[in-house]
Design a protein around this ligand. Structure first.
Ligand code: GZL
Length: 313
């Protein structure tokens, strides 16, 4: 009994002794704000000393934060990489300092795969594909001009969600992307770019659908469409990703159609992987994949909104 309880204590103690630094991108979207809130709660549950550095969406600030965590001698570093390139030297420094790195919610280029222990992300190509397939199913044979609001230039999820969506609509020649531009994952930029799309498309009458790489840009786009006298959710179909509360509020108002859910809890699985790695040398799989789920306006959006409100979005 002593040995057994001893083992438990040491594992618990192990987590209590762990200090982990998180280089977080910023709070550009409701989803990312929720990821930060949830990660703090997950750290608390596991008695982990958790330090979060907010980079205001700038890679150089993320690199500085990683260097500071290395200097502090943390036990592990979590990184949500704002873009997928430019990490080699700083991650090599972490490797030389024997500090394991875990990627959260975005990837770095495959050339850097030896520079991190594991990545906890969704399958963002699949998310885009599911979005495209929903649109094809919904419009049938009707010609459908789509405008696309892309995520941050250079972010793995933006490239993947674009690729997946194009795969999803490839089978329907009547569904075409006529305009595509980055809205940097923010509401403000999403609104601004949508305004320019509406202007460029003669007031937007021939825009059949908007595909946004996240719900926050779509919330901005919905604002722009309403101000231009268009009817998002009916005349103009909307499909986006994240499943934040405000997209369900729009659905309940008949102003949005579909979202693909992304869990904000990437840190929980990351903590568990690091605790097992530190306590027992268990090497995790290179990719810990989180699930995605399609929601439409038929899925009782008000109830979903109520259930998600207060989770830190
Ligand atoms: C996706 C994540 C994206 C979210 C956006 O895993 O990196 O970043 O979809 C956020 O809301 O800006």
């Amino acid at each position: 009994a002593t040995a057994f309880s001893g083992a438990l204590v040491s594992a618990g103690a192990q987590a209590a002794d762990l200090t982990i630094g998180f280089s977080q991108i910023g709070s550009e979207s409701g989803w990312r704000a929720a990821e930060t809130t949830v990660s703090k709660a997950e750290a608390k549950k596991r008695n982990i000393n958790f330090k979060i550095a907010d980079a205001q969406q700038k890679q150089e600030n993320q690199i500085k934060a990683i260097r500071s965590f290395i200097a502090q001698g943390v036990d592990a570093i979590f990184l949500a990489p704002v873009v997928s390139t430019g990490w080699d030297s700083v991650l090599k420094e972490a490797k030389e300092a024997n500090i394991p790195v875990v990627l959260l919610d975005r990837d770095i280029d495959p050339s850097g795969k030896d520079l991190y222990l594991t990545a906890v992300t969704s399958d963002s190509v699949h998310e885009g594909r599911v979005a495209g397939q929903w649109l094809v199913k919904t419009v049938g044979a009707k010609p459908c001009n789509v405008v696309e609001l892309q995520g941050t230039v250079g972010a793995s999820v933006a490239a993947n969600r674009k690729k997946g969506f194009e795969e999803g609509i490839a089978s329907a020649p009547n569904v075409k992307i006529v305009r595509s531009q980055t809205g940097d994952f923010t509401r403000a930029k999403g609104k601004e770019v949508m305004e320019s799309f509406i202007k460029a498309e003669g007031g937007g009458k021939n825009i059949c659908a908007v595909y946004a790489h996240n719900d926050d840009m779509m919330v901005g786009a919905i604002q722009a469409m309403k101000e231009a006298g268009l009817k998002p959710g009916s005349d103009v179909l909307t499909v986006s990703i994240d499943a934040v509360p405000d997209i369900f509020k729009a659905m309940a108002a008949g102003e949005a159609n579909t979202t693909v859910e992304l869990t904000p809890n990437m840190a929980g699985p990351a903590f568990d992987a690091i605790i097992a790695y530190k306590a027992k040398g268990t090497v995790p799989p290179k990719w810990i994949q989180t699930e995605s789920k399609l929601y439409t306006a038929a899925d009782n959006p008000q109830a979903v909104y109520d259930s998600k409100k207060g989770l830190g979005y």
